[in-house]
Design a protein around this ligand. Structure first.
Ligand code: NAI
Length: 286
């Protein structure tokens, strides 16, 4: 049978999550996605109305099928963790079972198991603020949504992941070198994610024969990136300075992710893999 993938962090057809879903679908995987609750309605409506049909096209001409869309808010592990004002918020009250634990229970009831877990989500409410001006709550929110969310997803999915399976997340080089403008503790959150990748690779490898890697991706004009405010500048900087002078396509990250979760990468775990036209190797601006 084909492999089954759960991709957390898909809410439109512009981001890395969508591109990874497509690359996995093209390789024959069954696709389940987790969509942030506040973005769920518009995503499902757009899907249903055919707004994404052009970008659902796979290399063989068929359209990517998403077997099921799960509402998800990865900052909450269990229903008990959800504060009253969120429970009663009208964007949340319309859906149910969107905490991490409940989503995994539902996937288990629906399908029994998965083979591949993809984490393609991040959020930092104070991302536009320098670190020196970031509040404690803004910093902790960035780490909760962008780093711990991965630990939580892997922890809950691990018992229903088939041995030999794999997991991947997306990180950014601001974790290791200073990128002014990537603030609010998002640089810290990515540093945590990369460190956790190594530790989780050990723990999930020993516990469930699951591989854990992260892709350090170059700049892409996704919805999340546009909210940061300087993405066009970063894309231009990359084009001018990277060894490969070409636009970085989301599909290139999708293809690298498909490789990393496939048996072709069976000895790769705990790694941060750069998919950035080589920009990370440069020490000076050209
Ligand atoms: P995106 O906007 O397509 O994806 C981010 C997703 O996270 C959105 O669908 C959003 O709804 C979801 N999300 C936010 N908070 C959530 C929560 N609490 N629970 C569940 N979902 C939540 O944007 P993009 O850029 O493709 O982001 C995907 C990953 O790629 C992120 O980890 C990002 O940091 C990373 N990345 C992006 C780069 C870029 O230039 N766009 C560069 C390097 C890494």
């Amino acid at each position: 049978r084909g492999k089954r993938a759960f991709i957390a962090g898909v809410a439109d057809d512009n981001g890395y999550g969508w591109a990874i879903a497509k690359a996995l679908a093209a390789a024959g995987a069954e696709i389940l996605v987790g969509t942030w609750v506040p973005a769920l309605n518009i995503f499902e409506t757009s899907l249903r109305r055919g707004k994404f049909d052009e970008s659902r096209k796979l290399p063989d001409g068929s359209l990517m099928e998403i077997t099921k869309v799960y509402p998800l808010d990865a900052v909450f592990d269990t229903l008990e963790d959800v504060p009253e004002h969120v429970k009663t918020n009208k964007r949340y009250a319309g859906s149910s079972k969107w905490t991490v634990k409940e989503v995994v229970e539902t996937v288990k009831d629906d399908f029994g198991s998965i083979d591949i877990l993809v984490h393609s989500l991040a959020n930092g409410p104070e991302v536009t603020k320098p670190l020196l001006e970031t509040s404690r709550s803004g910093y902790l929110a960035a780490v909760s949504a962008s780093s711990y969310s991965y630990i939580s997803l892997l922890k809950h999915f691990l018992p229903i992941m088939n041995p030999g399976g794999a997991s991947i997340s997306l990180t950014y080089i601001a974790s290791e070198r200073t990128i002014p403008g990537y603030g609010g503790g998002m640089s810290s959150a990515k540093a945590a994610l990369e460190s956790d990748t190594r530790v989780l690779a050990y723990e999930a490898g020993r516990k469930g024969k699951i591989r854990v890697n992260t892709i350090s991706a170059g700049p892409l004009g996704s919805r999340a990136a546009k909210a940061i405010g300087f993405i066009e500048k970063m894309i231009e900087y990359s084009y001018v300075n990277a060894p490969l002078q070409k636009e970085l396509l989301a599909d290139e990250v999708g293809n690298a992710a498909a490789f990393l979760v496939s048996p072709l990468a069976s000895a790769i775990t705990g790694s941060t893999v750069y998919v950035d036209n080589g920009l990370n190797t440069m020490a000076i601006a050209v």
